[in-house]
Design a protein around this ligand. Structure first.
Ligand code: FMN
Length: 293
């Protein structure tokens, strides 16, 4: 009798555990890239006001495998060429946001600029300023950790710093925000002087490439609304400019602006390839204007 009772108790504890495990695995699976057949499904579930990539499966952009153009830059090779540091913070390599990173990195290298990629998700970069590290970040007291020193060396070598991330709640993805907090510490990026704060990263610049869900309808920067809600678009772009200018001023470098896209091709668009090609070209035109003219 006792044995029977024990067996029942064991079954009662183990079975729900197994069910819970399989639920976790299923949840993990849903984070994988949706399959091509899923992506190309048409759906009534589209929001005519926004360019969100709705296909009945995900509202995120998913570039089909045959159109993904992964690009691995050669890194800084210590020549006397200009150097662009790409800080990329996107969990998905097949997003339209990552496509913009690939397009931009290739365009810089094609134009004779050395490109170093710091893919924060691949690096599993820890974005949290720990209590132990707080006074280093705030005052520059003590030594930077080996991890942070390495990133600071990349920053020191670079002429152009380019952040690439999707818009998450109107701000950078948390992992890149943490990169800014931990790497651009006081005494490295700025210091106190009798005349106030002095930015230390002179003769460098920042630029941001950001894909977005909906910011009024636009592609580019201030003035590049597409006639849906240009007032809202310009308000967003101007707000980003205020923050970017302030950050740039703090660090002593130039803010070269942003390329923001909220006209992402819908995953189920019949003209997907053309629309993606146009988006890539729009980014290239903008980079050409900002960096190569
Ligand atoms: C957590 C989260 C928050 C988001 N917040 C915003 C937002 O505030 N504004 C916006 O325009 N898009 C927002 N989005 C949409 C993303 O910017 C959009 O899905 C993304 O840029 C699409 O490009 P991607 O799929 O290429 O990353 C958010 C997405 C996520 C996952």
């Amino acid at each position: 009798m006792k044995r029977k009772l024990l067996a029942m108790v064991m079954i009662a504890t183990i079975v729900p555990g197994l069910v819970a495990c399989s639920k976790v695995d299923a949840a993990k699976d849903t984070a994988k890239k949706p399959g091509a057949t899923q992506i190309n499904q048409t759906s009534e579930n589209t929001d005519g006001k926004t360019a969100a990539s709705v296909d009945g499966k995900t509202s995120a952009s998913v570039v089909p495998d045959e159109l993904v153009e992964s690009y691995k830059p050669k890194g800084f090779i210590e020549g006397d060429k200009k150097k662009a540091l790409f800080v990329v913070a996107d969990p998905r390599k097949y997003s339209v946001n990552y496509d913009l990173a690939n397009t931009a990195m290739k365009y810089f290298e094609d134009n004779g600029v050395e490109v170093e990629l710091r893919d924060l998700y691949d690096m599993k970069f820890n974005p949290v300023v720990s209590p132990e590290e707080f006074y280093y970040a705030k005052d520059g007291t003590g030594e930077a950790s080996a991890e942070i020193k390495k990133e600071q060396e990349f920053v020191s070598k670079s002429d152009y710093i380019i952040f690439v991330y999707p818009n998450w709640h109107d701000t950078p993805t948390a992992i890149v925000k943490g990169y800014m907090e931990r790497v651009f510490a006081k005494q490295f990026a700025y210091r106190d002087t009798d005349a106030g704060l002095e930015g230390l990263l002179k003769n460098k610049s920042i630029y941001t490439i950001m894909n977005a869900g909906f910011l009024g309808g636009g592609r580019g920067y201030i003035g590049d609304g597409v006639g849906i809600d240009d007032k809202a678009w310009d308000e967003y772009m101007n707000a980003f400019k205020v923050l970017d200018d302030d950050t740039a001023g703090f660090w002593g470098l130039e803010n070269k602006g942003r390329f923001v896209n909220d006209r992402t091709p819908k995953n189920n668009s019949e003209n997907y390839k053309d629309e993606l090609t146009k988006l890539r070209q729009d980014l290239i035109n903008e980079l050409n204007r900002v960096y190569f003219k």
